[in-house]
Structures are given as C-alpha cells and as structure tokens.
Design a protein around this ligand. Structure first.
Ligand SMILES: CCCCCCCCCC/C=C/CC(=O)SCCNC(=O)CCNC(=O)[C@H](O)C(C)(C)COP(=O)(O)OP(=O)(O)OC[C@H]1O[C@@H](n2cnc3c(N)ncnc32)[C@H](O)[C@@H]1OP(=O)(O)O
Length: 281
C-alpha cells in the first residue's frame, strides 16, 4: 500500500524538484518525497544514441548514483519513440576517431546502467529497437505502452549484436527464446513482448508506466540497500567483467566491422529506406 501511494504521488506530479538540467540531451528529476529519479532522453526526433546522448546518459546515471536516489526510471520525452537505438550516422561513412569514441562511450554507458547500484526500471513509452532494447533490458524492470515494438534487430541490418548486448537480453529472456529472436532480428509488439517476458507489465500511458516502475522500485523499500545492491552486482558480475576484460578487443571488432564496404553499402540502403518511408507519408 505504501509503495502504491508513493508511486501514485510520483506519477501524479506530486512535489517534484528538478535536480539537474545540466545535460543537453537528458534530464534528471528527483521526486522529493519518494527519492526516485526519472532520467529522460531528449534527442529528437528518435533518441538516436549518438556520442553526445551516450555521454549525457552516463553523466546522468553517475549523478543519480551520487545523489542517493532510491531508484532510476529511464524514459523518453518523445510520445512515440523510447530510443531508435544507435544513431546509424555514427556508423555510416564514419570518422574513425569519432567512431572509436562513440563505441567506447557506448561500452562505458552500458557498464554504468547494467551495473548501477540503484534499482533501475524502464518506462518504455515508444518504439525500442536494437540499442533502445539494450537500454531497456539493462534495467531490472520494464513497463511498456501498447502499439509499439521492441527487440534486437541487428541481423536485419546485416550486423551481429555483440556478446554484451546478448547478456542483457539473456538476463531477461530464456536462452531458446533469446537465440531465436536474435537470429531472426525479431521486433516484438508490446503484447508479444509481455507474452515472452521481454517486458514485465504494460501500461496505458507514459504516466502509468512511470507509476508502475515506481511501484517496482518501492518493493525494495524495506530491503537493506547495501545487501540489495551487492546481490544485484553478484548476479551481473560475470557479464560486466566479460566486457571489462574484452573492451579493447570488442572495440577493434566494431571498428573492423564498420569499415567493411559491404556493411557500409547495407547501412546506406537501410538509411535510404528510412528516408523513403518519410517521403511516402
Ligand atoms: C563478433 C561480434 C562482433 C560485433 C562487432 C560489431 C557490432 C556492431 C553492432 C551494431 C549494433 C547496432 C545496434 C543498433 O542500435 S543499430 C540501429 C538500429 N535501429 C533501427 O533499426 C531503427 C530504425 N528506425 C526505425 O525503425 C524508425 O525510425 C522508428 C524508430 C520505428 C521510428 O519511426 P518513425 O516513423 O516515427 O520515424 P522515422 O522512421 O520517420 O525517423 C525519423 C528520422 O530519424 C531517422 N532515424 C530513425 N532511426 C534512426 C537511427 N537509428 N539512426 C539514425 N537515424 C535514424 C530517420 O531516417 C528519419 O530521418 P529524416 O527525418 O532525416 O528522414
């Protein structure tokens, strides 16, 4: 009951204090009463994860870790897109120095989110392909609004999701389901995602999704925070360590992949398809 009241207060726009607007592409709002932080991505039109958005996400996660928030809810300011995943323009005809910085920052941001010491939840208020799905599955709980899609569609772009994308996916889905979905590059509707367990709940609006995420975070109210966070870290240690140990190799594989002419050709066609779709409407 207490948890429900806290989450209602948060969602109803109860007393809120804007702790930070420092970052250009993210905001952090911490509710004074509940202590839960809402981290909002705000890079129109689709929250494409470019170097700057990844940097802002990392610095917002650090801020939430540092200000003793009781939990983190990740969401988007767009009414229809949670995140379109990696900004393809970071990988298409890339400047290799920037590309290196981009992938290193993606690694850094993922380590911070997946390894966060506070309870994390994603209020998925729009489409969430690829890198968007990675962000959502790196959180501990997911609530999604109907009529959107989520999944790791890398194979559809002729790309291979790295091992750590798979780790986050596998922390949510059974191996058989995860393997099939990844091989197919399958995008799940909200209803399908609920059925397979890729999301935990559905909600009719962003506000309700945030309320449900807050209720999840509220379930830890009476649990010793240090015991909870060390337990979470033990569960995730092997996945985190695997990337930490292989960061350099992972970066080199990425740079090699994006420098392949066949991949560049495929990305060009994919981008063209996205743009043609816009013109048709
Ligand atoms: C052994 C292993 C080694 C491995 C090493 C290599 C590893 C490589 C791994 C690479 C991993 C990649 C993960 C990714 O995240 S790739 C990105 C995948 N994302 C997508 O496929 C999403 C594409 N977008 C869409 O499907 C739709 O845009 C949408 C998100 C459903 C939204 O649809 P909507 O109709 O609302 O919007 P538009 O389609 O009209 O888009 C508006 C404009 O935004 C541009 N756009 C969209 N998505 C992206 C993107 N991801 N990057 C860049 N730009 C994007 C779109 O072109 C429109 O632009 P315009 O206004 O200029 O026309």
């Amino acid at each position: 009951m207490l948890h429900t009241n806290l989450s209602r207060l948060l969602a109803s726009g109860g007393p809120k204090r804007l702790i930070s607007t420092v970052n250009k592409l993210t905001t952090v709002e911490v509710n004074d009463k509940t202590g839960i932080a809402i981290l909002t991505m705000n890079r129109p039109p689709v929250n494409g994860l470019n170097l700057e958005l990844l940097q802002d996400l990392k610095s917002s996660i650090d801020e939430i870790e540092g200000n003793k928030s009781r939990g983190l809810i990740l969401t988007s300011s767009s009414p229809t897109i949670f995140s379109a995943g990696l900004d393809i323009l970071e990988m298409y005809k890339p400047d290799m120095d920037r590309c290196r910085a981009f992938w290193s920052q993606l690694q850094e941001t993922w380590l911070a989110l997946y390894g966060s010491s506070v309870p994390t939840a994603a209020a998925i208020n729009g489409h969430s392909p690829a890198g968007g799905c990675l962000l959502a599955t790196s959180c501990e709980y997911r609530v999604m609004v109907p009529k959107f899609t989520i999944g790791l569609n890398e194979t559809q772009l002729g790309m291979i999701a790295p091992q750590w994308f798979m780790s986050a996916f596998l922390s949510v889905l059974p191996q058989r389901e995860a393997e099939r979905a990844l091989n197919q590059g399958r995008m799940f509707t909200t209803e399908e995602a609920l059925r397979v367990g890729l999301i935990d709940e559905t909600a009719n609006s962003k506000e309700e999704a945030i309320e449900k995420c807050a209720a999840f975070i509220g379930t830890f109210a009476k649990v010793n925070p240090l015991a909870r966070s060390l337990t979470k870290q033990q569960f995730r240690a092997a996945d985190l360590q695997q990337l930490k140990n292989g960061r350099k190799e992972d970066l080199e594989k990425f740079l090699f992949t994006v420098s392949q002419p066949a991949l560049q050709k495929g990305l060009g066609i994919y981008l063209e398809g996205l743009k043609k779709k816009v013109k048709k409407q």
